[in-house]
Design a protein around this ligand. Structure first.
Ligand SMILES: [Mn+2]
Length: 378
């Protein structure tokens, strides 16, 4: 029963510029750890092939340590073949790590921007695919239907965009996928993994990235494992399972803190929300505070740390509006009311910079008009 693991978009050696230098270095190491997790699955579950559908590296600049690490990992499962289809971030060129480094003999790398095939008679598998050879690839390499061998399991490994026919990143259509006549098309490029779908007789999916690298890549991440069995008509039938491999996860929480009375209450509300979503210490969390709130509490809440709530990283974003007696101010015929009515549309602006400066103007304005000391507002 042949078994294939499908992954893509690992982006090894990503800079993690959102984090401080120490954490960025730790995350780079963890990203390599995620690759080890994939290797461990391949090893423990006796996978025949691991398909890597592009963007294994974040750029053409790959450190020697990363290459050495990769090669020791590839060599640690000699019975497993690794097929790489370079993508737009790690395109194949004379200067790329793919052509400049020597890889173990169980690693197979597509190197042309047209349809190629690796034939593995020992396990009766054919892997079709191509490589990006520069940062973009506007042509579609599936120029005709493939005359696949029915005795073989036929796989397509491709970095491609199925969502836009005008994409600069190898636009292919569902019809193209169907024309490959493959049992499975293992796609890379889209970092949000998809369900397994079917075009003609070909199943296809984006595995998504196996480890999030920013708040654009939220949630648990993993790889797709595909098992093949022959049905009574002698056709290969795949079954799919998703396996989590990520070390950490990025998550966003929107929290309406209207009527909270202290920073501690905000901390408790964040923890409550984390418990509800089962977010643990591995989480990189962005909390967006909303609601009409006393700005002293908001200022204090902005100082909540990852230690306070037990996450790996915490970012607090303030989208609150100042707690004022809105009805009173809307009717207020003095300059206070005029100020409020003037600033209200800006306070409610979706642009956080506009909203923030309007809020500050209101806080300082109202404080000044009441004769109180604005220094308290920091
Ligand atoms: Mn990518």
């Amino acid at each position: 029963m042949p078994r294939i693991i499908h992954t893509a978009d690992l982006h090894l050696d990503s800079p993690f510029s959102l984090l401080d230098a120490n954490k960025a270095m730790a995350r780079k190491a963890e990203l390599r750890g995620t690759f080890s997790n994939i290797i461990a699955i391949a090893s423990n579950e006796n996978a025949n092939i691991v398909i890597i559908s592009g963007d294994l590296f974040d750029s053409e600049f790959v450190t020697k340590e990363t290459i050495e690490f990769m090669n020791s990992q590839f060599s640690s499962v000699p019975f497993c073949k690794f097929v790489i289809a370079p993508g737009n971030h790690d395109f194949y060129s004379d200067k790329s790590a793919y052509s400049k480094s020597v890889f173990p003999s169980n690693v197979y790398i597509f190197n042309r921007n047209e349809l190629q095939v690796f034939n593995f008679p020992d396990i009766k598998v054919c892997v079709y695919g191509w490589a990006f050879t520069q940062e973009s690839m506007e042509k579609n390499p599936i120029t005709h239907s493939i005359d696949t061998n029915p005795d073989y399991i036929n796989i397509l490994a491709a970095h491609a965009d199925i969502y836009s026919s005008s994409s600069k990143y190898c636009p292919i259509s569902e019809e193209d996928i169907a024309r490959t006549n493959c049992e499975y098309a293992a796609l890379g490029h889209v970092h949000e993994g998809t369900e397994v779908k079917k075009a003609g007789n070909t199943y296809y999916a984006y595995s998504g990235c196996p480890e999030g690298r920013s708040f654009d890549e939220c949630g648990k991440k993993g790889v797709i494992s595909v098992d093949f069995e022959k049905n009574s008509f002698g056709r290969w039938v795949p079954t799919f399972s998703y396996k989590r491999v990520c070390r950490r996860r990025y998550e966003k929480i929107n929290l309406d803190i209207t009527a909270v009375e202290s920073k501690d209450e905000v901390v408790a509300r964040i923890k409550h929300e984390m418990a509800k979503q089962s977010l643990g210490s591995e989480t990189l969390l962005r909390v967006v505070l909303t609601g009409a709130v006393d700005q002293n509490i908001v200022s204090a809440s902005k100082k909540i740390t990852s230690e306070d709530i037990g996450t790996y990283y915490l970012e607090i974003q303030d989208r609150t509006i100042p707690l004022v007696d809105e009805q009173e101010l809307l009717k207020d015929i003095t300059i206070k009311g005029a100020l409020y009515r003037e600033l209200l549309p800006k306070i409610k602006s979706p642009d956080p910079e506009v909203s923030e400066s309007a809020k500050q103007a209101l806080i300082y304005g109202l404080a000044a008009l009441s004769g109180s000391d604005v220094a308290d507002f920091e």
